[in-house]
Design a protein around this ligand. Structure first.
Ligand code: AKG
Length: 317
């Protein structure tokens, strides 16, 4: 279902590949990326430690990382927010936050020490995602017409930006029709890179506006990438941050790793000046920052996509 973008074509700036990336971000908000440069062993290593973390460690060991603080650098939990959610999702997660991606090595020692190879495998995967994010952003900025010094400055900011790796485990569920692994949501960052095992579960809201959910079948070797709220805002609505959700099943557990990338947390995100031209191309979003997003998270459980909606500028005639 999802368009496929070939990173090797993007690297050489093949016009058709740049056009494919632009169309995928505009029309779907989601795509699969192949020849992405994330080694198969690095992806496998990440999924393998994740599985052992969730299924082989005693709960007491995992519970050491439980925290109600959504800003915590390391957090193990159940559902979106085990202290506040009214509806519990069928999901356990390990959240690894890297607030300055240049300083990955500084945070790794705070990550779980068991399984013994978790830190090394997760750090290798985090680094590979940083490289891929940078390459995809460079191409996306070019597709948006942001070039030269402005592009270089933004890429520099991406390199010192924030990365949040959400390691998800969706155990098999005795009554899958009664719940979801994750309710419909959009992601807050610029781009999310998703690594998943061979069990399907991801569903993406169709762009036809018919309320249909499209099942994303995992493709061996491909990663799924989606546009986040920050890129929708930055692109002044040219690119779309799309609702997605995860369904669970009664037969097999599923493991996935969503790596959310954005600029530094304190950075204000606004529509790019290049993409606003009043009155023909009016500014469509208010500025936003991480504090506004966290305030929203703390206040508005259960309201889907309201954060992005809350940043839209509604013009009345
Ligand atoms: C997330 O972690 O935000 C996701 O949407 C995960 C999606 C998936 O597991 O397919």
């Amino acid at each position: 279902v999802l368009p496929v973008v070939d990173l090797s074509g993007l690297r050489t700036r093949a016009p058709c590949e740049l056009a494919a990336l632009d169309a995928a971000c505009r029309d779907y908000g989601f795509f699969q990326v192949v020849n992405h440069g994330v080694g198969a062993d690095v992806g496998r290593g990440m999924l393998d430690v994740a599985r052992r973390f969730f299924f082989e460690l005693p709960l007491a060991e995992r519970a050491r990382y439980m925290s109600g603080d959504i800003r915590a650098a390391v957090r193990f939990g159940t559902s979106f927010n085990q202290l506040k959610d009214g509806v519990l999702s069928w999901r356990d997660f390990l959240k690894l936050l890297i607030s300055d991606s240049r300083r990955l090595a500084d945070v790794v020692p705070s990550w779980p020490s068991a399984p013994v190879d978790l830190r090394e495998a997760a750090a290798s995967y985090a680094r590979a995602c940083q490289r891929l994010f940078r390459e995809l952003m460079e191409a996306a900025l070019e597709a948006l017409g942001i070039v030269g010094r402005r592009r270089d400055e933004l890429l520099e900011e991406c390199e010192g930006g924030s990365q949040m790796m959400m390691v998800n485990c969706f155990p098999e569920c005795p009554e899958p029709e009664l719940t979801l692994g994750m309710p419909p949501h959009s992601d807050y960052g610029l781009l999310t890179i998703l690594l998943q095992d061979e069990v399907n579960g991801l569903e993406v809201m169709s762009s036809q506006g018919d309320g249909e959910w499209l099942v994303v079948e995992p493709q061996p070797g491909a990663l799924v990438v989606n546009v986040g709220d920050h890129l929708e805002i930055f692109s002044n609505g040219r690119y779309r941050s799309v609702l997605h959700r995860v369904h669970v099943n009664g037969r097999r557990a599923r493991v996935s790793v969503a790596s959310l990338h954005s600029l530094a947390a304190e950075r204000v995100i606004a529509p790019a000046a290049e993409l606003v031209d009043e009155p023909d191309k009016p500014r469509r979003y208010m500025d936003t920052d991480m504090a506004a997003f966290l305030a929203y998270l703390a206040s508005a459980e259960g309201k889907h996509k309201s954060f992005l909606h809350s940043r839209r500028i509604i013009r009345r005639r």
